[in-house]
Design a protein around this ligand. Structure first.
Ligand code: ZN
Length: 571
């Protein structure tokens, strides 16, 4: 037995004995075979060795076993950690949630495009609705007329549908404004809210010194009439504030604004309303009224949980449970709508669906599969540890999914012509595997004498060199050169020579491959985040459907973005 194998038998026997009290031959044998699969034909001899070692190890005293195990302590610890990492799936549990009586909601504000952070929330909520055999609502939190648009509502719905997330019901905060007004009145009557029309400067000054403004102690009747005035537009600076404590340790409880005036046309309600509830008011009310039992929010909102519960208690409304989790952020990328708009207006980005972005539209454009996004976001679970991760993690997840169905093709960058003489007729009809598995339809070409190879391959060739046109045959370079090369056919044989990607003149077409890099370097837009590589690919590319992926040898996966112009985007 080779030395390495005897060592492995010893180690596996000790490990097995340490973990289970006694070593078992079958377990040890399997462990050794998984390390040395080429020993399968020798299994008989191997079994004899394993049996002897297992007997020896099982005969050791506890002390002897421990001292032999000591030798492998570091290795065993590494293995254990690896195993834990591999099997550690986030716990998908919500405290207090009950199967069968569970409703959650996905609450986007239609003021921009859906991005990967939204997708995390939506997938988690959808997953919990399945785990707890309940429902999931789609709730548009649309009470800020200046920012919201129907276009964004449609975009959210399209993205959610593409991700495969469906909902039981759909509703809008802005359809319930009258009802929220009546809850506002109720708060005022209970002396829990007041209409304040102090200037923003006054509010700031008073907060600094911890003094209430004169409006806080007005009588409810007075506040009610001021509220009606506010609704009628006769108190142009007014807001309705929660009666908290100006010195509260929780800053979210320092008389937060519950309603404010927004004299702006609303995409859904037009000019019907002047006074709009804030997120802090409409969220708990809408959740409670719509049967939501469990709310997921990112932990940035934790300070506001107190207000969420207090408002519902005062209004006598049912209390959902609020659960917090960490927001997902992607390194070197942007989700801020303002910054994206700026880059789009400067023509640095194509739009909100630019394939460099982590908007859902951008990821879709890039050829990232919904399943990859789902697997990626769910791995973080309800953890509250900040997850700022690299986009590469998602792309790696995606590559695993598309590998099996993406045909391989050659792409030749900066093509240089190479004339090959002496190709036998038998070699002119060629069939090349489109996938290592052989499962995809082969590429079949009739070869002419003229080929193209990458400029960087061509530049390094000298007269007399032998290369192999990958998956075809060997050629000898007769005359190297920067413009055109001349070569002659050598043989079919495969061997230790440089293999170069190629296309044949009669079977190729012009194509552009857009190679994508990081969107930002530091905080600055990376001007080289998209590089257009011009070249030729094989005519087989004409069979690729727009939107599908291919793998260009040596370059990686690309999605066919525009078939007419043969533009591919790096995945
Ligand atoms: Zn005031």
């Amino acid at each position: 037995m080779p030395e390495g194998i005897s060592q492995e038998i010893r180690k596996a026997s000790i490990r097995n004995a340490v973990n289970y009290g006694k070593a078992r031959e079958s377990t040890v044998l399997n462990a050794v075979l998984s390390k040395f699969p080429n020993m399968r034909p020798e299994i008989k001899q191997l079994s004899i060795e394993v049996s002897a070692e297992v007997t020896r190890v099982n005969g050791l005293s506890a002390g002897q076993l421990a001292s032999e195990a000591e030798e492998y302590a570091d290795e065993f610890e590494e293995e254990r950690k690896e195993k834990v990492e591999k099997t550690a799936k986030p716990k998908m549990e919500l405290e207090g949630a009950t199967p069968g009586s569970f409703t959650t909601r996905f609450p986007p504000e239609p003021n921009g495009y859906m991005h990967i952070g939204h997708a995390k929330a939506a997938f988690m909520e959808k997953e919990f609705s399945k785990i707890y055999e309940g429902k999931i609502n789609l709730y548009f939190d649309d009470t800020n007329p200046e920012a919201e648009k129907q276009e964004y509502v449609e975009a959210f719905k399209k993205d959610l549908q593409w991700l495969g997330i469906s909902f039981d019901t759909e509703y809008y905060a802005s359809d319930n404004i009258e009802q929220m007004y009546s809850y506002a009145r109720s708060l005022i009557e209970k002396e829990k809210a007041y209409v304040c029309d102090c200037s923003p400067e006054t509010v700031k000054e008073k907060r600094l010194v911890g003094i209430d403004c004169q409006h806080k102690n007005l009588l409810p009747t007075e506040n009610l009439s001021r509220w009606e005035k506010m609704l009628a537009g006769n108190l142009p600076e007014a807001v309705l504030r929660y009666k908290g404590a100006i010195n509260d340790q929780n800053t979210a409880m320092r008389d937060p604004t519950l309603f404010r005036i927004k004299a702006h046309e609303h995409y859904r309600q037009g000019r019907k309303y002047l006074v709009w509830p804030t997120y802090d008011f409409n969220t708990p009310v809408m959740d409670s009224l719509n049967g939501v039992t469990d709310v997921l929010r990112s932990k940035e909102y934790e300070l506001r949980d107190q207000l969420y519960y207090e408002l519902l208690k005062i209004l006598g409304l049912r209390l959902p449970r609020v659960h917090s989790f960490a927001r997902l952020e992607i390194n070197d990328n942007i989700t801020s709508k303002r910054k994206l708009k700026e880059l789009i207006s400067k023509n640095k980005l194509w739009g909100f669906d630019d394939p460099r972005l982590v908007t859902i539209a951008g990821l879709r454009r890039r050829g990232v599969q919904p399943q990859a996004i789902k697997d990626f976001v769910l791995r973080f679970g309800m953890s509250k540890t900040d997850s700022k991760v690299s986009l590469d993690m998602l792309l790696a997840e995606n590559r695993k999914l598309i590998d099996g169905t993406s045909p391989r093709l050659f792409f030749v960058k900066d093509p240089v012509k190479i004339m090959v003489k002496g190709i036998p007729d038998s070699q002119r009809k060629i069939e090349i595997k489109s996938h290592p598995s052989g499962n995809l339809e082969h590429r079949k070409y009739n070869l002419s004498d003229i080929f193209f190879i990458n400029a960087y391959d061509a530049f390094n060739l000298k007269d007399g060199d032998t290369i192999r046109l990958k998956d075809a045959f060997r050629i000898k370079i007769d005359k190297a050169g920067k413009e055109t090369l001349e070569a002659s056919y050598l043989s079919e044989s495969v061997g230790d020579v440089l293999k170069v990607p190629w296309v044949n003149e009669g079977n190729c077409l012009k194509a552009t491959a857009l190679e994508l890099g990081k969107l930002l370097t530091g905080d600055v837009f990376n001007e080289e985040s998209m590089l257009a590589v011009e070249g030729f690919t094989e005519s087989k590319a004409l069979d690729i459907e727009e939107g599908s992926a291919v793998q260009f040898e040596r370059m990686g996966f690309f999605k066919l973005d525009q078939k007419e112009k043969m533009v591919f985007i790096g995945i």
